[in-house]
Structure formats: structure tokens, C-alpha cells
Design a protein around this ligand. Sequence first.
Ligand code: CA
Length: 389
Amino acid sequence: MTAKTNPGRYTPLIILSLVAALVTALALWATDRATLDPGGNEAANTQGTVAEGDKFHWKIVTTWPKNFPGLGAAAENFATMVDQMSNGRLIAKVYGAGEIVPAFEVFDAVSQGVADAGHGAAYYWKGKVPSSVFFTAVPFGMNAQEMNGWLTRGGGLELYREAYAPFNLVPMVGGSTGTQMAGWFNKEINSVEDLKGLKMRIPGLAGEVFTKVGGISVRIPGGELYTSLQTGIIDAAEWVGPYNDLAFGLYEVADYYYYPGWHEPGAMLEFIVNKQSLEALPADLQAIVAIATQASNQLMLDDFTARNNEALRQLVDVHGVKLRRLPDDVLIALAAASEEAIQELVTKDPLSAKVYASYKSFYDGVRAYHHISEQAYINSRDVAIDAQK
Ligand code: CA
């Protein structure tokens, strides 16, 4: 039966649809007025977000100490950029760990709208989102350049959004440290035996890997690392690399500094944005937010690239830090344990399986090409330049 043969049956539906469309149009118009009219006197557009005239004020909470170099600069850079690009229409105030919420409550605070956005690392939330570890660092996995390629051009970001959608969060790229250092130890590591019973601050998948080779992984925010090492709560710690580790003064509480950063070969940081806070912004400000996260992402990697070398020189030459390379048999044992940890995770969590399938496929391809491009070049430039000496 069609509407033509029995119009009476459909008329109430048509009227209802028209009324609904009118209500929606009025609501959109009212929102636009509230958002765009400088004289508007709109109410708070969402939890934690207050729009005042045509301006939006965001709170950004971070897992880093306030004004911490490198990692902590990302949210500050983002705030400066959105202010400049929006001509002052989006003002973001950055809060360090503990100012509004402690470091490890950033995810919940943004999810619930206590803050509009957050900056931290996805693997801190592996208890809530097991697949989050793949968006920060995979032991023996991709470096910064490769991670950026996977996330922004290889389908990674879409999966990241899928993983965070149930939490009312939109994740965006938040910077990379580049390849990290393996960490700080108070004794030499000559074999896997030396890791047994060692209490180490090492988060993410690597924490589970460390447990598999006989160590004990401890989860501690950066701001507590120095005291934890000093008081013996932990025996060892990985943090980032020379630039950030120097800033924390870790050389004062540990003697040996090990490389390479097998556990975090290109650790990615993240911005997380409350979905309502993002959607409350007009389209141009939403675009500015997205572009500012991308620019901030690149700036962080540039920052570490520019500063790590001088920081390492200071650590070794001024502070007498003993620089060591992890032996190959230790790295091989850690790689075997990494594979085991990944397989366990993908077996018990379907989304992790989906994310890892994408990660692995991208990694296999990029690794094959980088073998004869980036890696071949870095090896050959050492050979060729050193031959001139
Ligand atoms: Ca780290």
C-alpha cells in the first residue's frame, strides 16, 4: 500500500517529520547564534567547555609535570597555535599532572568532560583499552617516521578512533620522542640473568615483556621517577632519552645508561579530545584543532632530534654517566618475549587483533623498503664518512 492510495495513514508521520526538521533547524540556528554572535549569551556548550561570546575556552590536562620540556611542550605548543590560528577564538589553558587531576586520571577526566582535552600516552590506558599499546609503542616495532606513516596514511588513526569511541574521546597525534634509550640501571646488564628480580619502571607492552624475562614492571608517572629510584622503590627505570632524562636529573640516582630503546623505538604521544567539546566548535576551529595537533606532533620530534645529542654529551662528559649497549643475547631474549606478549594480547582481545593486523601489515612493508633505504643509508654513511678519517 502506498501513500497515494491511503494518504491518511502517512499524514501524521509527514507532519511529525516536518515538525522534527523545524525543531532541528531552530536548534542549529540557536547554536550558531550562540557560537558565532559576539554578543550572544550562550550557556556552557558542554561539560568543561565554556563559550564566551565567540570565544571557546578549553582546559587541557596532561600526564606530565607543568612546563616539562619535550613531552610537556606539546600541549603548550598546541595552545599557542590554536590561539594564533583562531585569532583568539579558541583559548586553551594547559594544566600539568596533579593540577586538576593526577597523571593517570587524564583519560577519565577528558572522557567525562572534566577537561576538554588531554595530552599523554595511549599505553597508560591499557587497563581500559588493551589495544591502546599499539598506538604508543610496540617493542622491536616501528620508529617515529614509520608510526606517523601508519597512523596518518596507513589506517592507524581510524582504528585508534574506533578504540576510543566508546569512551567519548577523539584521539589525535600528539608527538613522538623518536627512538628512546633502554633506561637507567644501577648495575651492568651482561645477560638476561641480570634482569631477574629487577624492579623497573617500564610501561605498556614492554612492561609485560620485562615480566616475562624475570623482571618486575612498575607503573609510575614521570614526576615520581627520581624519588622512586632514589629511595629504592624501583631498581631501574626507562623514561625517554637524553633530553628528557637530563631534565629529571636521573643521572644523580643511577649510574648506567643503556641503549637501544628496544621497548619504545618511536614512542607516539597523543592528544585526546572530548567528543562534545570538539563537536561544539564550528568547522573552522575543528580544522584548526586537527592541524595544530599535527604541527605539534612534528615539533616534538624536531625538539628531541635537535636536543638529544647535546644532552647525551652533558650526561656522559659532565655527569660521568656510563653509557652501555644491551648485549645481543639480551635483545634476542626480549624480542622473543615481545612476540609472546603480543600473541597473548591479540588472542584475548579482538580489537587488539584487528589493530595489530593493520600494524603488522604496514610494518612488514615499510621494514622491507627501509632495509634498503633509511637503514642502508645510515649504515653506509657511517662506512663512507669514517673511511675518510
Ligand atoms: Ca619511555
